[in-house]
Design a protein around this ligand. Structure first.
Ligand code: 3HC
Length: 672
């Protein structure tokens, strides 16, 4: 950790150098503050250029510090920015790489901002349940207008430098050395317009929008974000801060922002989101893996052109990896080709891909029925029917065709990886790659380690996951791995409550209110009631249901959305047949079956429903941790947030059970 100081004539270059991301921690801010004070006190220094070492400007404030209560002596990035603001020198930000959060806010306090084209600028605080708390909410509306600033901060995404220039966040883009350009700019500015503090400007609503429209823009923003109690806590406060920027003098706005920020730092949603941030960065820290050199995956194969296989093929093609898809079913291949074509066309229509790029990607997926075409691929992902026998046949066949150092992977969602590996001669190169459906969209990848899977194969799987832009979580080889094993308990608990007379509609409503995009019954309808039924038949030891409701649904051919009826009804005229409609017939079915089984009705409060369902998840999660199926409880949280729609602002089932104020003790495990 050091602050680089180098004088170029009367311009002082101050380099942020706090690896890995030049985070502006309390300790580092104290050093930086000293550097600013020294520059201000030095009569030979007329301008200061801030820049960053380690390939970026700065990743912002140190997120670890938010769990520490600052003392009166603590220095933060706000103190550095206040010193710049009050200073007499000209300040220039020279950005090369990421300038995020407090890092970007430091540059907003400067008189000029320039960046290389490869730079990315953003205020991602909202993703941590915070608002930009070092002047961002006050300076950005003054710089680019409140409307654009709201969009910038509420999305929290990283913006390419060109977009930032267009918005007015940057003054210039630079081709060559950004520091040289910044020094030259500082020298020019000293001769013409040395002081250009953003704070001196008046915030506007937007280009061509009158000040009278301010209240409408603010109220529209409040309406667009989720409710405060359900994922929108920080967003509403952020909008309040921007409103202050429009209505109040700068100093008052800064004070308002600081107060709102402090409230958020202490809030439960922010603590939960910060947990997710760090849990995500722990995922690939797997003991024993550091020395393993991942293999290169230049070409891939997929066996099976069904929904899963097609999604996986699209994911490879999107990442620039050519892929051979083997399937002998002409109908499936035809449908897959249409899906591939439709998907890339959609991206062209949305302006996300050029026609040429879409064509190139679609062409990089080759369909064939000839296994021999897999001879030169580096990885094959099997995505055939979920049957051990069928999968074993595929792998036995692949063994003799695919080159010896290629990795063989199964996309099974529940089955035993070791049993499949046993039919190959390369169990060390065998791994589970459990993509979620649709694989080209869902961000989660479960990497399943068999008993003989080598560290190199696991390292390669993690690297591949990154290339495919997936969030990868390691699981041991156990039935259902992490996610699906837990979902069995979750669905089981929902079923048990319905058997006690609470309607599936109400149970789903409670979980949606909690923040899930859909409840457990709508989820079963989406994945197919027959899928759960097959699992129950294969593993009767995992079944908790005391009634025959599921058997009856299967008999009635109510298999979920695909048959326009499951636990709920579906109607093509309502949400294109994807919107669940409450069905009294199924409520009566639960009552009838419960009566037959001698189950007495019981009243539940909404909180009890929530706690029983989340408890089912967290109790199974604890069991999976004890058995070593999951490495860390944070890994389980990531699986649920990225794979099953658990609301991130609740931290995942494990974090929620351990930390949330509203969570209460949950039920015990009923099955091994
Ligand atoms: N605080 C603390 N640690 C951070 C950090 C931050 N802001 N940003 C990154 N790190 C740590 C990571 O935890 C990781 O640590 P590890 O090596 O021990 O696992 C290490 O830095 C490298 O991070 P990544 O693996 O994410 O590295 P990448 O190169 O993939 O990405 C990045 C770099 C784009 C900077 C990315 O880390 C990132 O997006 N960071 C978070 C940015 C952010 O949210 N900033 C806002 C902070 S809040 C703020 O500024 C408040 C202010 O308004 C007052």
């Amino acid at each position: 950790m050091r602050v680089g100081i180098a004088d170029r004539g009367s311009v002082r270059v101050v380099t942020l150098d706090n690896p890995p991301v030049n985070a502006l921690s309390f300790a580092y801010s104290a050093e930086l503050l000293e550097a600013v004070r020294a520059a201000e006190a030095d009569a030979n220094v007329r301008a200061v250029v801030f820049t960053g070492a380690n390939g970026l400007f700065s990743g912002g404030a140190d997120v670890n510090d938010f769990s520490t209560e600052p003392t009166p002596e603590t220095k933060t990035v706000r103190d550095v920015i206040a010193a710049v603001e009050a200073g007499t020198k000209t300040y220039v930000a020279a950005i090369d790489g990421n300038a995020l959060g407090g890092g970007l806010e430091l540059s907003l306090a400067c008189d000029y901002r320039i960046a290389t084209k490869a730079s990315k600028l953003g205020l991602p605080e909202i993703k941590l349940g915070l608002l930009p708390g070092a002047g961002g909410t006050q300076r950005l509306p003054r710089l680019i207008g409140a409307q654009a600033a709201l969009e910038f901060m509420l999305k929290g995404s990283s913006n390419p430098a060109e977009k930032a220039l267009k918005l007015g966040v940057l003054d210039e883009l630079v081709d060559g050395d950004v520091v040289d350009a910044a020094v030259a700019l500082a020298e020019r500015a000293l001769a013409s317009e040395p002081k250009r503090r953003v704070s001196a400007r008046k915030a506007i609503i937007g280009k061509g929008i009158t000040a009278q429209a301010g209240p409408f823009v603010v109220s529209a923003a409040h309406k667009m974000v989720p409710p405060e109690e359900n994922g929108g806590y920080a967003a509403h406060k952020l909008i309040d801060a921007v409103e202050a920027a429009v209505e109040l003098p700068f100093a008052f706005g800064i004070a308002r922002e600081a107060r709102l920020f402090e409230e958020l730092v202490r809030s439960e949603p922010s603590a939960a989101l910060r947990h997710i941030f760090f849990a995500e960065r722990e995922l690939n820290k797997v003991p024993g893996l550091a020395a393993a050199e991942p293999l290169t995956i230049a070409k891939a194969g997929v066996v099976g052109a069904g929904t899963r296989g097609t999604g996986i093929a699209i994911a490879f093609a999107t990442a620039g990896i050519p892929v051979v898809v083997v399937d002998s079913n002409d109908g499936a291949v035809e449908k897959a080709k249409q899906t591939v074509f439709g998907m890339f066309m959609y991206q062209v229509q949305k302006g996300k891909l050029t026609q040429e790029e879409a064509w190139k990607r679609a062409q990089s997926i080759v369909f064939t029925e000839d296994y021999a075409e897999l001879a030169d691929v580096d990885v094959v992902v099997e995505a055939v029917f979920e049957s051990m026998d069928v999968k074993k046949q595929v792998f036995a066949r692949l063994g003799g065709i695919v080159k010896p150092d290629a990795i063989l992977a199964s996309n099974t969602s529940t089955l035993d990886i070791d049993e499949m590996a046993s039919v190959t001669t390369r169990p060390d190169k065998f791994v589970g790659l459990h993509f979620f459906v649709p694989a080209n969209i869902m961000p989660l990848l479960e990497i399943v380690r068999g008993k003989d899977t080598s560290p190199q194969t696991i390292a390669t799987a993690f690297k591949l996951g990154k290339t495919l832009r997936k969030t990868s979580v390691l699981s041991a080889n156990a039935f259902g791995f992490i996610g699906n094993r837990m979902v069995i308990d979750y669905a089981g608990a929902a079923n048990a409550i319905a058997e006690e007379g609470v309607s599936p509609w109400r149970i789903d409503g409670v979980m949606k209110k909690f923040g899930f995009p859909m409840g457990p019954f709508a989820m079963s309808d989406l994945s197919g009631i027959d899928v759960g039924w097959h699992i129950a038949k294969a593993r009767p030891d995992l079944v908790t249901s005391r009634t025959h409701v599921v058997d009856r649904l299967v008999e009635m051919k109510r298999l979920g959305q695909k048959t326009m009826g499951g636990y709920f009804k579906y109607d093509k005229a309502v949400g294109k047949g994807r919107e669940p409609i409450q069905d009294p017939e199924i409520e009566a079915l639960f009552a009838e079956e419960a009566k037959k089984a001698g189950i007495a009705p019981r009243d539940y409060t909404d909180d009890e429903i929530r706690d029983r369902l989340i408890g089912a998840l967290s109790n199974r999660g604890k069991d999976l941790l004890e058995k070593g199926v999951a490495l860390r409880s944070g890994d389980i949280d990531i699986v649920y947030v990225y794979g099953y729609g658990f609301p991130p602002h609740r931290g995942g089932p494990m974090w929620y059970a351990d930390h949330a104020k509203s969570a209460t003790a949950s039920e015990e495990l009923t099955h091994a």
